[in-house]
Design a protein around this ligand. Structure first.
Ligand SMILES: Cc1ncc(COP(=O)(O)O)c(C=O)c1O
Length: 429
């Protein structure tokens, strides 16, 4: 294939990458991730005093990703024993971890205490009881935050909105539940309450919900000070900063999102006579989404005249479940025909046995042949981390690219990997 027609990503001809590493293939640009981490440094950590940033590892986590983040001075938000384990194996500083989750198991809480995770974000009073019991039993102290559902409805898909009162995450601000648990924590020997956390939702294109949530939280912080004398040291405002989905949409600038939030916190504290707490952010998608693409080989073309044309690729909802799960939008190009004009409108479908396995609808592409390479953009977040083995499809390999380097950081699964851990009981042999 002629090089001049090919898509270049992260300094590499992606058609060469596809033939060298096979498809489907996740490709991640190390420079793009580092650029976003540096924007967090310049537009937040260095710009505002007493701030901290953690990356929400649910978006994408591997050992290599931990190393990149640690060298960029960004901490980690984790939500499971597996994520804690991965960070520990990568040699990540445990005090830079913030442990979230609405149903952490006793074993996961024990692991967090044993590893000395920096903050445990307690999601409910029940979880508080369990954590306090374990901390007493193992005689281990922990710094904690309380997760609050601020009663704010974020403008995003309902599956990724998390700040409303009926959310499964956090404690509602209504009633006196939070004051009660704050008072309990103030006398705990093992759990040290530092403050509060909220996360209103994901893929947010504006900061309206964050601003409303800050108002709610500052009222709460001033109420607990007046009623119980509790002085809040930390306010974690979560993540959720969006990324563009389709061509022509502008990237979300971190400062456009976060400056008004910081102004609101600073002026809101002044108005209420509060000390400004340490402010923590937790971006996931915004750091890694645009740093990733997925390469597929195009297979069969099916034209239903006057109705629809399907282009099938060798992956699908197994490596990117988001379109099937909540209608997420993606854009792609035929990577080896970059200078050819679009001549047809197609739906790109995967190979799974579900009619909903549609990666992109109405994509305009040039005339194609089986074996051409389709590159889908913006797949760095919530693709690899949400992938499955549905239909016993092995998961794609994952390579990290930068100038002159293309390293496999996750091996492509083999059929043998699919059988790992399976046994046939004696009576079935
Ligand atoms: C507690 C918490 N923090 C941060 C995030 C990161 O969200 P995003 O990837 O949209 O930035 C999430 C996402 O679900 C979350 O639950």
């Amino acid at each position: 294939m002629k090089r001049k027609n090919n898509l270049i990503f992260g300094g590499w001809d992606v058609v060469d990458l596809a033939s060298r590493f096979g498809t489907p293939l996740y490709v991640l640009s190390e420079d793009a991730i580092r650029d976003r981490c540096r924007e967090v440094q310049s537009c937040f950590l260095k710009k505002y005093e007493n701030t901290h940033a953690v990356y929400a590892s649910k978006a994408f986590l591997t050992l290599a990703m931990c190393r990149i983040l640690e060298t960029e001075g960004i901490g980690l938000d984790v939500v499971s024993g597996g994520e804690i384990y991965t960070a520990a194996k990568a040699g990540f500083s445990m005090e830079k971890l913030i442990f979230h989750g609405n149903n952490k198991s006793p074993d996961e809480l024990r692991l967090a205490l044993e590893k000395g995770v920096g903050r445990i974000v307690v999601d409910s009073e029940n979880e508080y009881d369990i954590l306090e019991g374990i901390a007493e039993e193992v005689e281990s102290e922990a710094d904690i935050l309380f997760r609050v559902a601020p009663g704010v409805d974020a403008h995003t898909h309902k599956y990724i909105a998390t700040g409303h009162t009926a959310s499964k995450f956090g404690m509602p601000v209504l009633g006196d539940g939070i004051t009660r648990i704050v008072e309990r924590a103030m006398t705990s020997r093992f759990l040290h309450l530092k403050g509060f956390h909220f996360h209103v939702g994901s893929q947010l294109k504006d900061n309206m919900s964050h601003l409303m949530a800050v108002n709610v939280l500052l009222d709460l912080i001033s109420n607990v000070r007046d009623r119980s004398g509790f002085l809040t040291e930390e306010l974690n405002v979560g993540g959720g900063f969006g990324v563009p989905e389709l061509p022509g949409e502008d990237p979300v600038k971190l400062s456009d999102f976060i400056d008004p939030v910081m102004e609101r916190i600073i002026s809101g504290c002044e108005d209420r006579g509060l000390r400004i707490p340490q402010t923590i952010i937790e971006p996931g998608r915004w750091i890694v989404s645009e740093a990733g693409i997925t390469l597929y080989s195009i297979g069969l073309l099916k034209e239903i005249p006057g109705v629809i044309t399907y282009v099938s690729v060798d992956g699908g909802m197994t490596d990117n479940p988001r379109p099937a799960l909540y209608g997420a939008l993606y854009h792609g190009v035929v990577a080896n025909r970059m200078d050819e004009k679009a001549s047809m409108k197609v739906s790109v479908v995967g190979k799974c046995c579900e009619s909903g396995d549609v990666l992109i609808r109405d994509l305009e592409i040039p005339s194609i042949k089986p074996g051409d390479i389709l590159a889908v953009f913006n797949t760095g977040a919530y693709n690899f981390s949400m992938a499955s083995n549905y239909n016993r499809n092995p998961r794609p390999g994952l390579i990290l690219v930068s100038e002159g380097k293309a390293d496999i950081i996750v091996e492509r699964q083999t059929y043998e990997d699919l059988l790992r851990g399976e046994t046939i009981p004696e009576h079935l042999k």
